[in-house]
Design a protein around this ligand. Structure first.
Ligand code: NDP
Ligand code: GDR
Length: 336
């Protein structure tokens, strides 16, 4: 019998790769999508199947993480075996502008979904998209036992969601896991996250369509991996015999400046000639260095990151060069 998965955040970067993976594995996949005045499904359009087709295995449902009763209705109807909770206001800089909304979605959204599972009694395994941002100011390397020190409303909301998932595991015996994922990127990354912003700009500048790239703190150090590999780790967490929490990371450290070098090198340019500083991209409190220790995931789940930042940057820049650069240059977009 094929298994059924429910994915919140299916229209996002990770949701699209996870949906692909689960469909390949024979799952029936249900995704939560927000109603918008324009279509927001571009990352999963290639997976779309006409629901009238008897062979269809991908189904999309309107709903929102702020609407708890809708989550209850959907869980009762879908009866998933596995719930992957990826939906969130996921932008750290934006969370300083919209702290309340970030709490309502990124934090409380998790509570609503867990309550929906508990109250309906649906025997679903639950994956919480926890984040390395929770470690914040605690120095690297960071592992499952590293104390949290959140540095943004986003990170604080993720810490709340992390402990809520653990509490539902301890209090109600729910199969709930926290995947503590370090930054993972791809050509499907949102355009205002720094890696995609850099890759897009490098391609647009090389094509003569953009003059400058405005950035904030170039010294930040991150552990960047490839999103396509990380969704496999999410799935493996829910296949383990007992629920637990795992870090997924590469264990390698690069700065934003390094990433700039890799992307501009891929188009044969020197980034120093094009990059300008704009203080609007500086955060009120920054996370200086995140470098994960993925040892537990490797030992227990047999998961290991393969693609490291230099190859990731090249892969992302090449994808931008083959795609039509956007009509609006990155630096003309909203200030995030
Ligand atoms: P994205 O920002 O690309 O996707 C977020 C998804 O959440 C989108 O599908 C979005 O829908 C949906 N969403 C946002 N608000 C709501 C809401 N109120 N109701 C329903 N859906 C909503 O994030 P990623 O794919 O990069 O990340 C997936 C998850 O993993 C997030 O929770 C993120 O915080 C977390 N994470 C990500 C890491 C990374 O490096 N990418 C690292 C660690 C954790 P829409 O398309 O309509 O906006
Ligand atoms: P992050 O990713 O905050 O780590 O959160 P982001 O790419 O936004 O920032 C990484 C680092 O780059 C610095 N930076 C800039 N960032 C952006 N977005 N735009 C800029 O112009 C810019 N200039 C410098 C930032 O200050 C920061 O230090 C991501 C999200 O996916 C979260 O949801 C996830 O939980 C974490 O990764 C792990």
């Amino acid at each position: 019998m094929s298994r059924t998965a429910f994915i919140t955040g299916i229209t996002g970067q990770d949701g699209s790769y996870l949906a692909e993976l689960l469909l390949q594995k024979g799952y029936q996949v249900h995704g939560l999508i927000r109603r918008a005045s324009t279509f927001n499904t571009s990352r999963i359009d290639h997976l779309y199947q006409d629901p009238h087709d008897d062979a269809a295995r991908l189904f999309l449902h309107h709903g929102d993480l702020t609407d708890g009763s809708r989550l209850v209705t959907l869980l009762e109807r879908i009866q998933p075996d596995e719930v992957y909770h990826l939906g969130a206001q996921s932008h750290v800089r934006v969370s300083f502008d919209e702290p309340e909304f970030t709490g309502l979605t990124t934090g409380m959204g998790t509570v609503r979904l867990l309550e929906a599972i508990r109250s309906t009694g649906v025997p679903a395994k639950f994956y919480q998209a926890s984040s390395s941002e929770m470690f914040g100011a605690t120095p690297p390397p960071q592992s499952e036992s590293t104390p949290f020190w959140p540095r943004s409303p986003y990170a604080a909301a993720k810490v709340y969601a992390y402990w809520t998932a653990r509490n539902y595991r301890e209090a109600y015996g729910l199969y709930a896991v926290n995947g503590i994922l370090f930054n993972h990127e791809s050509p499907r990354r949102g355009e205002t996250f720094v890696t995609r912003k850099i890759a897009m700009a490098a391609a647009a500048i090389a094509a003569g369509k953009q003059e400058h790239l405005y950035l904030g703190n170039l010294d930040a150090i991150r552990d960047w991996g490839y999103a396509k590999e990380y969704v496999e780790g999410m799935w493996r967490m829910l296949q383990a015999p007992t629920p637990d929490d795992y870090v997924l990371a590469t264990g390698t450290a690069y700065s934003v400046r390094d990433f700039l070098g890799f992307c501009f090198e891929a188009v044969g340019l020197e980034w120093e000639k094009y990059v300008r500083f704009d203080p609007r991209y500086v955060r009120p409190s920054e996370v200086d260095a995140l470098i994960g220790d993925p040892g537990k995931a490797e030992r227990v789940l047999g998961w290991k990151a393969e693609t490291l930042a230099p190859d990731l940057a090249r892969l992302m820049t090449q994808a931008e060069m083959t795609a039509q650069p956007s009509a609006f240059a990155t630096w003309q977009r909203p200030a995030v």
